[in-house]
Each structure stands twice: as C-alpha cells, then as structure tokens.
Design a protein around this ligand. Structure first.
Ligand code: SAM
Ligand code: SF4
Length: 371
C-alpha cells in the first residue's frame, strides 16, 4: 500500500501554520487509537508533563536569581485540561509512563489528584501507566505518603551536593536538610527506586562528586549524574568549561572501581556502572552524557508544557512547539487534538545538535519546558 502525504493547516504556532504528514497518521484505528511515531522510527511512550514553571529554588544552571517571568495563571492549563490530555495520551496515543515535572511539581497543590486520575487509566497493554515525579524535594517529606497513596510509583529527587554551603550557593537557598528528609521519607514510604539527579557545575560542586556518590550508595538510592545542558541562563554554560561524563567518571575512579553494567539501556539515557569502593560499599551509579554522547536515537519522550504546548524534544525551537491550549478551550474534539499531537511528534528532528557550531539554545528555559 502506498502512503500518500497531506499538507494540513493546523495553526499550531505562529511560525508553523501547517505541516505535511502521511495521511495514515491522520486516520486513527477503528478504536480511535494512533501511534506517536516520527520519521526516524521512534515511538513516544513516555510523557513528561510540566505542572508549573514556578519554583522555590533558583538553581544556577536552571534559573537566574530573580526567577523567570512566570506564566500568567490563565495561560496555565487547569487540572481538567491536564487530565483530559493525559487521558488522551494514555488511552489513545500509546503513552505508558507519565512523569510530572516543572518548575517544581510539588508547587501544584492538586498533584495527588492528577496522579490518582493518571493511575486510574489503562494503557494499550491493559495496565495502569507508570507514574513518577522529578522534584527538588522541598516539602516532599510531608506529602510522600499521600503521593504514594494516590498511586505515585517513583521519585527522582534533585540533589547536586551534600555540602551545605555548596548546596546553598548552587540553589541560592539553604534547604539541604529538607532534601535529605525527602529522600529518607521517600524510601520509607516505598517510592522506590529513589533516584537522585545531580548536575555538576564547575566551581560549584565538582569537588563533591565522590562525597555525593558515597551518600547515595549508603542510603540505597540510585544516583544519576547529568551533564549540564545549555538550558538555563546562557552565561552559566560554557561548552569548553563544562564537567563532562568522562570527568565525572575519572573523579569517581579515584575512590571506586567502576564496571559497566551489562544490560541493554533501551530508551534510558543513563549509562550504568557498578561501583565498589573495596571496603564494602557497592551499588550502581548512572551517568547521563546528554551533551557529549547524545542518546536522541532511542528517545521515546513527548512533552507537555504547563501552558499547553506539545514539544517533541527538550531542545525544540519555537517552530517545533505545538500549542493545544486554544484547542482545549475552543471546543475541539479529542480526535482533533490527537491529530495535532501526532503531527507534533511526526516533526521530531533526529537529535539536539548541541555540538553543532550553529546550535541555538531553545527560547524557553528548562523550568518552562519541564525537565
Ligand atoms: N524542580 C524539579 C527538580 O529540580 O527536580 C523538576 C524540574 S528540573 C528542570 C528537572 C531536572 O532538570 C532536575 O533534575 C535538574 O537538575 C535538571 N536540570 C535543570 N537544568 C538543567 C541543565 N541546565 N542541565 C542539565 N540538567 C538540568
Ligand atoms: Fe527549580 Fe528544578 Fe530548576 Fe532547580 S532545577 S531551579 S529546583 S526547576
């Protein structure tokens, strides 16, 4: 069967008023389902939902000290709009995992309600979707049990150093104790595995890599070092100064024997290592080389921003952003919205091109996209 192409006006964004996609993509199956496929053979299964662009920290690699120009309230999706899109994603578009992020997702009071709704859905495999949050941990200790009761499966907690002074300098807030509390409570209530995300910034926490690794292994959490990406204030990222995955591994090797974990990575961005300090401390550590070894070829993510734009990549530019907010508000059907979503993913580029000389940082900062 030959596949014909159609150019359809979608008025997706001022810069991309139309897109050419195969007709098949426009026609759902008899049960209304479609696949979020792209032209490179990737299929999106993992939905990242940004619940707010606001945050109670000011991490240097993410935001300026004064914060961002926060989205006005009426531009942010309501709970009903978010749950409608998640339902569509899970029930009709093949989404199997939903991760809530931001900004700081705990700043959304209805987080438990949104998670409970997500967990009540069924994926194309007949199970409830996996649910996770990425959080800075502030206030998590108090809510961890309620979140687990609502159906939250896992947490990623961001912690870049366990040195109190370095933490306060890096996040511009003195809240290290709250984060440690959050980690301990998450473990207690069974939000497992608890993963720790750590971004290493030259001059801020590059001295603390081994200490952080020891802390995480002792607690029984899974540490993931993430290379700093050009997604925050431009003055804070310099390709020639950044701490690379190799630098991090070299530092870890001063105290640990590292052996690669021999299992397929799938769509996971982390390269995993077995770490052993030779004195009984053992465990796994991951390193996400987002800049130096991109993993775009296996990406299975689709993103929804707090103001209702579908993004096919963290690094998508304005013409790769597809707002569905107006469609949600003008009475469009689920099928019309699904068409936009499918078209947005069809337009996904092969990779982020950070290392190309012509690379342009996305117009939105990380907190406004949803990390
Ligand atoms: N506020 C939550 C948190 O910090 O976990 C969720 C949002 S945050 C944008 C999601 C993740 O992105 C965090 O783990 C954070 O460390 C990471 N992140 C933020 N800016 C980054 C950057 N420029 N490069 C790499 N990772 C970054
Ligand atoms: Fe806030 Fe997370 Fe950005 Fe830090 S990384 S400023 S906690 S959104």
């Amino acid at each position: 069967m030959t596949m014909s192409n159609t150019t359809i006006p979608l008025t997706l964004s001022p810069v991309r008023p139309q897109i050419t996609i195969p007709e098949d993509l426009l026609r759902p199956a008899a049960d209304g389902s479609r696949t979020l496929a792209d032209t490179y053979g990737r299929v999106a299964r993992d939905l990242r939902v940004s619940l707010t662009d606001r945050c109670n920290l000011r991490c240097t690699y993410c935001m300026p000290a004064e914060g961002l120009d926060w989205l006005p309230k009426d531009k942010v999706l309501t709970d009903e709009e978010i749950t409608r899109l998640i339902t569509l994603g899970v029930e009709k578009l093949g989404i199997r995992q939903v991760r809530f992020t931001g900004g700081e997702p705990l700043m959304r009071r209805s987080l438990e309600k949104i998670i409970a709704h997500t967990k009540s859905l069924k994926t194309d495999e007949g199970q409830a979707p996996q649910t996770a949050i990425t959080t800075n941990g502030l206030g998590l200790a108090k809510r961890a049990q309620k979140l687990a009761d609502a159906g939250l499966d896992r947490v990623n907690i961001s912690l870049d150093t366990i040195d109190k002074k370095a933490y306060a300098k890096l996040t511009r807030r003195d809240r290290l104790d709250d984060v440690i509390d959050a980690i301990e409570t998450s473990l207690e209530v069974g939000l497992q595995p608890v993963k720790i995300n750590a971004v290493i910034m030259p001059g801020f926490n590059d001295q603390d890599i081994v200490k952080l690794a020891r802390f995480c292994l002792e607690k029984g959490t899974q540490l993931r070092f993430i290379e700093q990406m050009p997604l925050g204030p431009p003055s804070q990222w310099d390709r020639s100064e950044m701490v690379t995955a190799e630098d991090i591994l070299d530092e870890l090797r001063t105290q640990f024997e590292l052996t690669p974990v021999d299992k397929p990575r799938g769509s996971s961005p982390a390269a995993l290592w077995k770490a052993d300090d030779g004195h009984g401390l053992r465990g796994e550590i991951g390193v996400i080389a987002s800049v130096t070894h991109s993993f775009c070829g296996d990406c299975d993510r689709t993103r929804l921003t707090a103001d209702g734009a579908i993004r096919n990549c963290l690094f998508a530019s304005a013409d790769q952003e597809f707002s569905v907010r107006d469609k949600l508000r003008d009475g469009s059907s689920d099928d019309e919205i699904a068409t936009v979503w499918a078209a947005a993913m069809w337009a996904k580029l092969p990779g982020h091109a950070i290392n190309d000389p012509g690379f342009l940082q996305p117009d939105r900062p990380m907190a406004a996209i949803g990390g």
